[in-house]
Design a binder for this molecule. Structure first.
Ligand code: NAD
Length: 296
């Protein structure tokens, strides 16, 4: 298939590369030219502008940082929606608020095009390994149409409901992710403060009732696990500023439904504080540094 791809950052880059590996022809556009050079080495064709990325595309995928970026790409002054062929399936994999997802999908539908939201879980490791979970919202037939393409980048494809439902499920998941990452970090610090080796403590908790994803595949303590951001000065991975965005989306959703989310609210405050310490660009497991003892 010919696939147009927008946003080849930490997640989109390896996702586009996996589509090429599966035999698709991928043409990508990103605002950062250096990132396009990187994916070019993986066999992705580079578009000179957004319109060139959608020309001839049977599927268009976007993996962008924010609702503003998604709205701008499709509906902005130079938006590409009208340049996309009416038979083309549009899949937005960005994590954004459900209302925006519904608004953009409804604009697409009004113009005779089909769009689904398909935010992902699994992190940069999952994007590289092609093991992402796609959490879709949209008409059943459209999700089924997307499935073979999504299968090239992930191992699970769920349909949470109609347009926007994928985004709701995704922010529920990320609120829980923030909570167990923070809990993991404070438990590791407590153990270390009492003389335990964080690697040994991690092994113990992984085999006990504190077991969770942050411990098992994304340990926040530097050196405990190879190939994760904590062992690379918290570079790469899922940025604190993006986690802050997702927690903001969760709190907005909670406000709208009068849901009680005390742990999510606390997690939002802690991640906002971490970002304000200048760590907004670091991976979200850098919350570990928040608990570190420092000399007065
Ligand atoms: P990123 O900042 O590394 O990449 C986003 C890319 O989009 C950047 O390269 C940026 O230049 C590009 N971009 C922005 N506006 C654009 C436009 N109009 N046209 C083309 N390109 C544009 O972010 P990321 O970590 O890859 O995350 C992307 C999305 O995936 C976010 O919504 C994030 O919440 C979500 N997500 C990230 C992770 C993770 O672990 N990083 C995990 C799950 C979901």
């Amino acid at each position: 298939m010919n696939i147009g791809f927008f946003g080849v950052g930490n997640m989109g880059g390896p996702m586009a590369a996996n589509l090429v590996k599966a035999g698709h022809t991928v043409t990508a556009f990103d605002l950062v030219p250096e990132l396009l050079k990187t994916v070019e080495a993986d066999g992705v064709a580079v578009a000179a502008d957004p319109a060139a990325a959608v020309a001839g595309a049977e599927v268009v995928i976007s993996m962008l940082p924010s609702a503003g970026a998604v709205t701008g790409l499709y509906l902005g002054d130079d938006g590409v929606l009208d340049a996309i062929h009416p038979d083309t399936l549009i899949i937005d994999c960005s994590t954004i608020d459900a209302d925006t997802a519904r608004r953009v999908a409804s604009a697409a539908a009004d113009s005779g095009r089909t769009m689904i939201d398909a935010p992902v879980s699994g992190g940069v490791g999952g994007a590289k390994a092609g093991t992402l979970t796609f959490i879709c919202g949209g008409p059943e037939a459209a999700v089924e149409r997307a499935r073979p393409v999504l299968d090239c980048m992930g191992k699970n494809v769920f349909r949470a409901g109609d347009n926007g439902a994928g985004q709701v499920a995704k922010i529920c998941n990320n609120m829980l992710l923030a909570v167990h990452m923070i809990g993991t970090a404070e438990a590791l610090q407590l153990g270390a403060d009492h003389g335990l080796d964080p690697a040994v403590l991690s092994d113990i908790m992984k085999a006990s009732s504190g077991r969770n994803w942050s411990l098992e595949v994304y340990n926040p303590w530097p050196g405990v696990m190879e190939g994760v951001p904590s062992s690379n000065d918290y570079n790469g991975g899922f940025a604190v500023k993006l986690m802050n965005k997702d927690l903001g989306l969760a709190l907005e959703a909670a406000l709208a439904s009068q849901s009680s989310t005390p742990m999510g609210s606390l997690a939002k405050s802690l991640y906002a504080a971490l970002g304000n310490q200048g760590l907004g660009g670091k991976d979200f497991s850098s919350i570990q540094t928040f608990f570190k003892h420092r000399e007065p």
